[in-house]
Design a protein. Structure first.
Length: 82
């Protein structure tokens, strides 16, 4: 699933590459993933109203379709700021 996340993320990055010069392809980093895991473990989710917690998604799905859906939701957030 890590590679699927990177694949989907890099796809969206390449879509904006012409506006931000040539985007480098992201690669997985285990040390960074470990730090992110610690941050998430210490994070408490509090809903503060519409738009206050962008990117917070709580679903009971698994697998590749979940990964694609989550990355798509992340990418769709750009429409809120356009």
């Amino acid at each position: 699933q890590k590679l699927k996340i990177l694949e989907e993320h890099n796809k969206y990055r390449s879509d904006v590459a012409h506006r931000a010069s040539a985007m480098n392809v992201l690669r997985w980093s285990e040390p960074l993933a470990a730090k992110a895991f610690i941050e998430v473990a210490n994070c408490s989710y509090v809903n503060k109203g519409r738009g206050a917690s962008m990117g917070a998604v709580h679903e009971k799905k698994t697998g590749t379709s979940l990964v694609s859906e989550l990355v798509n939701r992340w990418a769709d957030e750009k429409n809120r700021f356009a």
